[in-house]
Design a binder for this molecule. Sequence first.
Ligand SMILES: C[S@@+](CC[C@H](N)C(=O)[O-])C[C@H]1O[C@@H](n2cnc3c(N)ncnc32)[C@H](O)[C@@H]1O
Length: 203
Amino acid sequence: MTDTAEAQASLEAVLKDEIVRMYQEVADNPKGTFHFFHGREAAELFGYAPEWLGRAPADAVASFAGVGNPHERSDLKAGETVLDLGSGAGLDAIIASWSVGPNGKVIGVDLNPAMCLKAQAHAAATGARMECQVGRMEDIPAPADSVDVVISNGVINLSFRKRRVIEEIFRVLRPGGRISITDIVSAKQLSQSIVNDPKLWAS
Ligand SMILES: C[S@@+](CC[C@H](N)C(=O)[O-])C[C@H]1O[C@@H](n2cnc3c(N)ncnc32)[C@H](O)[C@@H]1O
């Protein structure tokens, strides 16, 4: 490994720990203070339908940590297979499962096993069909050409290897598949002090 690759790998490991800590904290303590919108307030701000927020488990809504509304453009159809990258406490996956119905399938992917268990418990509580695979969006645990639609909400910005994530998305999508992602981009080059701060990167 070159010095640069080694430095990046070590920064990536620190970042992963901070990501696990931060989103676990949102899920375990949603009433805590965070410097990003979360929970019902965020979902309402991003235009989530009130009936979704009434129907989903209160804990999944309270733990929501997305940055937008990927359902606005996902145009999900009954019977489709959907992959939710970074499924967190499961709100987006649960909403997707209502759209694809009993003949469809929703697969969540999250690097934190505890979040996967939480999302599956939330989905089961509403009778939603969702399975969660523990894994990384940089190596998506799904076969090639197996998914109709990829959704993701506020997760790809967290990766050090965004190009790799996009390649993985294209690998798992079937020909003609679709992508509906909401995320954060910066129009300005971020300073090195921001880039090197795991806390800022993780949020
Ligand atoms: C912003 S939240 C996702 C919000 C979620 N869509 C919801 O409905 O609340 C971030 C989630 O992405 C997961 N995550 C972050 N980096 C990841 C990666 N490289 N691969 C897979 N999951 C990741 C975190 O563990 C966390 O649960």
